[in-house]
Every structure is written in C-alpha cells, then in structure tokens.
Write a protein that binds this ligand. Structure first.
Ligand code: SAH
Length: 248
C-alpha cells in the first residue's frame, strides 16, 4: 500500500543505546556547550547494542555526534518561546531558534572527542571527552562527526557567535590542600585545572552577573562538592567536601 504523504501520525518509541557516565553530578555547573572543558567521560552501551560489532570502525573518527535525552527536564515540559541566558533572560526567542534544554522531544546533540573503545565489566564503552552531559544521561544515537560536511566555515552563530567569556578563578589555601589530597584518591593530577576550567565558565545565571552577589555556590563534580563565592569578577573557591549529590 502506498503511504499517504499528508499523513501526520508519526510516532516512535525510542530506546537508549547507551548511558553517559560523567563527572557532572548535577546540572548546575555543566558547561553550556560541548568542547569548552576538557573533561573525560564514558558511554556504556545498552544491552541491545552491547557488542563490539556495533562500534566496529568507529575509532577512525576523532569526534562523534551524540544525540541524547535531556532526561532531567522532561517533566517540566516546554514552551514555544524561551529566554536565552545569553540575552540576560529578558528577550524571548522561539524554542527552535535556541539550544534550550526544554524542547518538544527533549533531544540534545553534542560533538565530543572520541579517545578509544574499551570493555569494562562486560560492557562495551566509548571513552570520550568534552561532553556537556549530566551523569546518567540516556544516549539515543551515536554518529561519526564528518568534517567536510559538519563543519561550515561561513556559518553565522546568531546570539551565540562566540564562546562565553571566562572569569578568573582563585583557590583558598584550604581548598588547595583539600583538592591535592583528593586528587590522589581520584587519580587525577589535574583536578585544580579541571575545577578552574569548569568554574571559569561562570555557571551563574546571567541576571546574577551584573550586580554584587553574596551567595555561597556549590558545584558537584566527581564525588566532591565545591563551594565558591564571587567578588569583583573573580570566583573564589573556598573549600571542598564529600558530595551530598547523587551517586559517586
Ligand atoms: N549541546 C547540547 C546541550 C546544550 S545545553 C545541545 O545543544 O543540544 C547544555 C546543558 O544541558 C548543560 O549545561 C546542562 O545544564 C544541561 N544538561 C546536560 N545533560 C542533561 C540532562 N540529562 N538532562 C537535563 N539537562 C541536561
């Protein structure tokens, strides 16, 4: 039977092809796009594709597109217009004119760097870096990034033409000592650099940035909570504590 081209009854049940394990244990503090922080993560393939055959040849690509679900935001629904943080939260744009995380199908897409394929606890995994994904994010598809077609030199970036401006990050001597002690447990000698790169994005909402801000902020990374304040366009890391957010 011929399909009626005017039929508008498409529906589909999508199953995750994997789950992303990342050091970002809560949404606050995650960079607003991929590639801004060089942080490592893992995609664990789901049972129906947990087979080396499914990723055969993937290591010849340096980068991958991840399609994923903004699973933590699905319940909150979506609206036709959103107020992008870049515009200070004042101006409205259509949802399809933004990379809002509140979308009709709740689907996100990110380019990440691929390091290698490994097998861990019986699961085929992809080692990646640069992702902007919450720990536990369901991945709904994985595709190679193809430079000749995916990179468009003459493209214009609308309200997001340039990467966000970075803010200076300083550490108290207490925080430095605590982070040093923690680095060896985590086997991560670059923890100070990583925290610097994450906080330099200034995770605060745009409206907070214009005036004095006395708040004590907290960002959960790996198994630690990082506490910080802002004075005069500078982030001050005060101390770190074992995390109170989710799992390690
Ligand atoms: N590159 C993607 C996502 C951009 S928004 C795209 O353009 O589609 C990035 C933000 O998504 C992060 O700062 C974080 O706050 C949010 N995020 C990441 N994973 C999420 C998840 N699983 N559920 C809800 N929000 C998530």
């Amino acid at each position: 039977m011929k399909t009626d081209p005017s039929a508008q009854n498409f529906s589909s049940q999508i199953e995750a092809v994997g789950y992303c394990r990342t050091p970002y244990k809560q949404k606050f503090g995650i960079p607003r796009q991929p590639g801004l922080v060089n942080i490592k993560g893992l995609i664990e393939l789901a049972p129906q594709v947990n087979n080396l055959d499914a990723v055969r040849g993937i290591e010849q690509y340096s980068h991958l597109w991840l399609l994923f679900c903004f699973h933590e935001n699905l319940e909150q629904g979506w609206k036709n217009t959103v107020r992008p943080p870049r515009l200070g939260g004042n101006e409205k744009l259509g949802v399809f004119a933004t990379r809002s995380t509140f979308r009709p199908n709740g689907i996100g897409q990110s380019v990440v760097k691929l390091h290698k394929v490994i097998q861990k606890n019986g699961k085929v995994c992809l080692e990646i870096s640069g992702m902007d994904l919450l720990d536990g994010t369901p991945i709904i598809d994985i595709k190679p990034y193809i430079p000749f077609s995916d990179s468009i030199e003459s493209a214009t970036g609308g309200i997001a033409q340039d990467a966000p401006q970075l803010i200076d990050v300083q550490f108290s001597s207490l925080a430095k000592t605590q982070i040093d002690a923690h680095s060896s447990k985590l086997n991560n000698s670059d923890l100070i650099q990583l925290i610097t790169d994450v906080l330099a994005q200034d995770p605060r909402p745009a409206y907070k940035k214009a005036k004095a801000d006395p708040k004590l902020y907290q960002v959960a990374l790996y198994d630690i909570d990082i506490f910080w304040t802002v004075t005069e366009q500078q982030i001050n890391v005060i101390e770190i504590k074992p995390t109170s957010v989710g799992q390690n």
